[in-house]
Design a binder for this molecule. Sequence first.
Ligand code: FAD
Ligand code: DLZ
Ligand code: SF4
Length: 516
Amino acid sequence: MSALRFSQGPILRLILGDQLNPLHPWFQKPEPDVIYTLMEVRQETDYVLHHAQKVLGIFAAMRAFARHLQAQGHQVHYISIADPENQHSFTANLEYLISRYKARAVEYLLPDEWRVDRQLRAWAEDAHVPVRAEDTGHFYLPREGVSEVLGEHARWVMEHLYRSQRRRFGVLMEGDKPVGGRWNYDSENRKPWKGTPPPPKDTRPRHDLRALWREIEAAGIKTAGDPAADDFRWPITREEALRQLHHFIREGLPYFGPFQDALTAQHERLFHSMLSFPLNLKMLSPQEVVQAAEAAYRRGLAPLASVEGFIRQILGWREYVRGVYWAYMPHYTAQNALSHHRPLPSWYWTGQTRMACLRHTITQVLRTGYAHHIQRLMVTGNFALLIGAHPAEVHRWYLGLFVDGFEWVTAPNTLGMSQWADGGLMATKPYISTAAYIQRMGDYCRGCLYDPKARSGENACPFNALYWDFLRRHKAHLRKNPRMTTALRQLERLGTETQKALQTQAETTLQRADQL
Ligand code: FAD
Ligand code: DLZ
Ligand code: SF4
């Protein structure tokens, strides 16, 4: 974009690809001596194998954001992936821009990932212009806010944070009491979905991103999954994200609660919002999403159980995982409390397995870059944990293959909640199950070659033997956990012979994991 001249040198302001919030105070009015910069860089496209739609979506949203800023009168220097001057690192590009514009200072918004935070901090220490960092203001709490609330508790429990957040921000409160008299309506949720009510239509925008996809391919960026560039469905502007939010509030939220945990081969989204991508890119603020949900309840448009369940995900879980991340990095991502070292089966990258639940979930992820929470936790995560997959590999799979994957949120969910690699900091017990749970919560098992009821034999559902053998392998560790007492008692009741047979069945299953 055009070369700019300043008598005194401008201030350069760096905007990262997940900082696309047009309402940030930075953008209130154009300032003649500020140049905003956004950069498409190989350091970010290559640190993990990303889903094609993640790279496409982030680049398209960054470009739309740059156009928006320019239309508002801001000065923008956009470094695209094919720009010959692109050094492909945030800091090398900043050096280049400082010298090109004779910039007098650099400012950036605090990154959400430790990796980028350290990079910018280390660079700032030696930079030859002053460098200043500012909060994105995107979360309810600052980075250390969760530690301040939960620090004094021996165990960090999400529910403590959630209640404190409800009080502090006055969400679903009547005076100092929770609306309806209860904090949590989970017991009214968790129903399977039997075909009705019909889930909302997918009214997300349609984009033709074929030209951008050609640029990404020409740059040689390796990706996984379907780019769907000719009919790209993720929002790339705040306006599109707002339309998606309002559509969800009207059509999805009323049924969000009851079917939050449901699994079905008939619908990939059910009543979930699919708002994690625009939320994580900061096109939407968590506050406005929570306020829209509460307003729907107050206006009688959605029942309390659904609204409370939805709000808990954002006001509670989302803030909690971010707090865990900043309190425990950089060691958090290296943890492996159960000493798991197996590779993920090769079909995690193709979806080609006879296990219907995993086939549906993985092919959906490859096609869309999305799966809802229970598909992530109780299908792909559950199986990876039962086979003893290396948590770092599992983390990389989620971090790359989901359009909403950013380390601050993927790491605690994957390593902590799903793989128990943090030894129970995030989750009070490992999220594991036999086929019974998957069968109870949905219809995957009906279309499966495996028998969900069988524990042994060729056609026995692999989840079953793997579940019991997981308990046997880890019983010494799990005994310390009171929430595992019932499961361990059931294991003991099986008796030594059955346990041995299940061990053999599990070992055979593991040997042919790639062929399941
Ligand atoms: P909805 O079900 O509609 O929920 C609404 C919003 O609540 C979400 O958009 C999200 O912002 C928030 N939310 C819900 N659950 C969580 C949670 N556990 N942690 C943080 N925020 C939450 N979420 C990500 O944003 N990025 C990830 O990389 C990610 N990886 C995950 C990996 C595993 C193994 C698991 C079990 C969960 C992961 N989650 C992740 C959390 C959650 O599954 C997704 O946020 C959710 O499925 C996104 O779909 P949605 O927008 O339709 O969510
Ligand atoms: C995920 C991603 C990708 C694939 N590419 C870019 C990019 O080229 N430029 C950019 O600014 N951001 C990108 N991102 C998002 C970053 O990974 C994210 O902003 C930081 O890691 C901070 O969370
Ligand atoms: Fe999944 Fe087992 Fe059910 Fe098949 S039988 S869908 S593998 S839980």
